[in-house]
Ligand binder design. Structure first.
Ligand SMILES: C[S@@+](CC[C@H](N)C(=O)[O-])C[C@H]1O[C@@H](n2cnc3c(N)ncnc32)[C@H](O)[C@@H]1O
Ligand code: SF4
Length: 449
């Protein structure tokens, strides 16, 4: 990681020396979260209320951590459990949501995202209940589903009949976590994959009537080759969902990969695979939206875009994260004691206590850093000035001078951006804007969670 602005001068060197940085999709990264003190926990309702009062717009997230298997690369908060009591889980989530709803006026709900884990294991009736009750609690227009009402779908957990019911329940975007279209690669992820769940399922999904079908792929997987990666990307592009996300692999200890020693990926290889995906997708008519997302005809990922625009995202469920104006927090996390997090969530909710346990208190300085770190690929200077009363070049003169000096960031009066040539390295540049406090916390962090 780049540890000071001065080191930005070596940005080109880092790129040349095959360095790579993990995907920066939140700021601060969760490794900078710390357990909340009793005083902060006591102030939590006040902090949440103050954050929600800051805006008329709200985004809702529900974490459904249950999965049929724990995939080798995955370090998300998930529990291996195909027999979970999902009705009880939905009850707990709604109880948590009611608690937060009592703190705030109704809002314009810009997005509702059900993620995981595998939220597609919910029955359509459970989904419908979640969507309608959450909107009844938070929305100024509870009869209207948000422009993005999204569900993450494990392709092995659905067939076209279930997808139709999911669509009828009000879901207008599905996120299909394929990761690869090569059966042998999928098998090495430890994934159960039904025979129908490849190409045919994706074609069927596109016929159901969702406004936005998204396919997730990962590059850098064990046993993946340049050629097999191209095959996966070409296959998805040929079928043509509205959104394609191609993520560089993030490696973490205590995952299947970590345990079997697959713990290093080469930066040059990742850069090459990023470039391959970009070429195939743009040649197929996709427009690049960020360094991990290509879209066509109404594609996109609103909740992520809204998060990066510093809108409030309020999350419910075991392991859920909330990103609010005054603080980020989460309802537990562990990859070593997965069941304990779920049990603790249930106990807290049944005792009438909030399950939030750790996070990060934002300051004005951290919000400015968040805005630049998450949006360096295309930062609206006018919007930044409206929000903070100052220009990014005044706030971060050394960092931006170093990046523009190295030729990897450009600017005009309205915008700062990473030119296409360097977009694949956006995460290296984002890290330059991390505060000293966040850097210290990242350095102190140990993966014994
Ligand atoms: C929140 S996860 C969704 C998980 C979902 N259950 C699934 O697998 O379909 C969203 C996407 O992040 C990506 N992802 C998850 N873990 C990753 C990792 N360790 N490295 C790179 N991408 C990852 C995957 O493409 C995944 O589909
Ligand atoms: S990748 Fe998806 S399905 Fe696999 S363990 Fe992670 S959340 Fe579950």
């Amino acid at each position: 990681m780049l540890s000071s602005p001065a080191e930005a001068r070596t940005v080109r060197h880092l790129i040349d020396s095959e360095s790579h940085a993990d995907y920066v999709y939140m700021y601060p990264p969760r490794q900078a979260y710390r357990p909340f003190s009793p005083e902060v926990l006591q102030r939590l309702p006040q902090l949440v209320r103050h954050s929600l009062d800051h805006s008329d717009i709200l985004n809702l997230y529900v974490h459904v951590p249950f999965c049929r298997q724990i995939c080798s690369f995955c370090n998300l908060y998930t529990v291996r459990d195909g027999r979970a009591d999902l009705d009880r889980y939905v009850d707990l989530v709604l109880r948590e949501a009611r608690w937060y709803a009592a703190l705030t006026d109704r809002k314009q709900v810009a997005s509702l995202y059900l993620g995981g884990g595998t939220p597609s294991i919910l029955a359509p009736s459970q989904l419908e209940r979640l969507v309608s009750e959450l909107l009844a609690l938070f929305s100024v227009a509870p009869g209207e589903v948000p422009a993005e009402t999204a569900l993450e779908v494990d392709p092995a957990s659905v067939d076209v009949a279930k997808l139709r019911k999911i669509c009828d329940a009000g879901v207008n975007r599905i996120n299909l976590g394929y990761q690869s279209f090569i059966p042998t690669e999928v098998a090495t992820l430890g994934r159960v994959r039904a025979e129908r769940s490849g190409t045919r399922l994706l074609e069927e999904a596109l016929s159901v009537g969702f406004a936005n079908v998204c396919v997730d792929l990962i590059y850098g997987l064990e046993h993946q080759t340049d050629e097999s990666w191209r095959t996966s990307v070409r296959e998805v592009a040929r079928i043509g969902p509205e959104t394609i996300c191609a993520y560089p692999l993030t490696l973490r200890p205590h995952t299947g990969y970590g345990r079997r020693g697959y713990d290093h990926v080469n930066g040059a290889m990742l850069r090459a695979r990023y470039a391959m995906a970009h070429e195939i997708l743009t040649d197929s008519g996709y427009r690049q939206e960020t360094h991990v997302r290509w879209v066509r005809d109404g594609g996109g990922y609103r909740q992520k875009a809204n998060h990066w625009a510093l809108q409030n995202i309020l999350g419910f469920g075991a392991g859920a994260r909330s990103y609010l104006w005054d603080l980020d927090f989460r309802n537990g996390y562990s990859v070593r004691h997965r069941q304990a997090v779920l049990e603790s969530y249930g106990r807290q909710m049944e005792a009438g206590r909030l399950p939030a346990d750790s996070g990060f208190l934002m300051t004005d300085d951290e919000r400015r850093r968040k805005m630049v770190a998450l949006n360096i690929q295309s930062l609206d200077r006018t919007r930044f000035r409206e929000m903070f009363g100052t220009d990014p070049f005044e706030e971060f003169p050394d960092e931006l001078a170093a990046l523009t000096g190295a030729g990897v960031v450009a600017s005009d009066a309205d915008r700062i951006w990473v030119p296409n040539r360097w977009l694949g390295d956006r995460d290296l540049f984002s890290q330059l804007f991390f505060s000293a406090d966040v850097r210290r916390k990242l350095e102190e962090f140990t993966y014994d969670e």
